[in-house]
Design a protein around this ligand. Structure first.
Ligand SMILES: [Zn+2]
Length: 289
């Protein structure tokens, strides 16, 4: 809770500085830089449909919705936002899609192909608890792919962490899931969202070899529009987000998060190694006495 509010406060400060910068440019008769943010949701529970609908209203008021494969150009002063959904959950079709349709907002659904029509086994494996959701069936995914506002793309095959996998396993996850979807949908699949946001250089190379043109992570920042690279960051959103938190997300106010995570992990590793060294010293002490 405290960390959540700290994140929001830092986001507000970030936006204030950003707006100050944009204001100075306006005074000089220059438009501020544009932004491109990709949101990612998982499921939208039926009881949160109203909150999700209000978020989409805010999105329409504050930003320009685009598809996740948007490649610019990013016009100065314009906020572009893409809405994506990981895991291909049933609640996307039941709850989110009707609200997106009403507003004409495009979306992308990332599907783990081994789980079509099944319960998401990776949720219990990762968190030790069940999940009320099911992944949409093959028939539903085929129907969804013909919707003019929806794009169906890959979320790997078995929804496993890609960082650390060898070439053969990476091929299965990335190339095979692409082939399965393409055979099912009769169109080219060009985007992948890495399960758990887990990837490394080898995963990116494998994604490029498999023919993906864009690969999404789960932390904001970076992307083809900025660096001409395959990788594109995203920011996690859920219908339960506080209104201000959601506004900060679509304003791109959390671009510093990857650095915060990096610092946190470095500190944690340092702290762990200090504890290990202290513990080893304590165990050796009797021999040295
Ligand atoms: Zn996932």
């Amino acid at each position: 809770m405290v960390l959540g509010w700290m994140k929001i406060i830092i986001g507000i400060v970030y936006v204030l500085f950003w707006n100050l910068y944009a204001g100075l440019l306006t005074m000089l008769n220059m438009a501020g830089p544009g932004t491109f943010v990709v949101l990612f949701y998982h499921g939208i529970p039926a009881q949160h449909r109203g909150r999700f609908a209000r978020q989409m209203d805010v999105l329409l008021r504050c930003a320009t919705p685009v598809r996740a494969d948007f490649a610019g150009p990013i016009e100065r002063g314009v906020r572009y936002v893409a809405v994506t959904f990981d895991d291909g959950f049933q609640s996307f079709a039941d709850t989110a899609l009707p609200e997106l349709e009403k507003r004409g907002i495009p979306s992308t659904v990332f599907v783990p192909t081994a789980y079509m029509g099944k319960k998401p086994g990776w949720v219990s494996a990762a968190h030790g608890k069940g999940c009320n959701e099911s992944v949409m069936s093959r028939e539903q995914i085929i129907e969804l792919a013909s919707h003019p506002l929806v794009s169906v793309q890959s979320h790997g095959h078995r929804h496993v962490r890609l960082a650390g996998l060898g070439d053969a396993a990476l091929g299965l996850e990335l190339a095979q899931s692409k082939k399965i979807l393409e055979a099912l949908l009769g169109c080219t699949v060009t985007q992948v969202a890495f399960p758990f946001g887990s990837f490394n250089r080898q995963s990116l190379d494998s994604a490029a070899r498999a023919g993906y043109e864009r690969a999404f992570g789960i932390l904001p920042g970076g992307g083809p529009c900025e660096r001409g690279d395959l990788y594109m960051g995203r920011i996690f959103a859920q219908a339960q987000d506080a209104r201000i938190d959601f506004k900060l997300k679509i304003a791109g106010a959390y671009r510093w998060l990857p650095y915060a995570v990096m610092i946190k992990n470095t500190l944690r590793r340092g702290f762990t190694s200090v504890l290990r060294a202290a513990s080893a010293g304590t165990q050796r002490a009797p021999d040295q006495v």
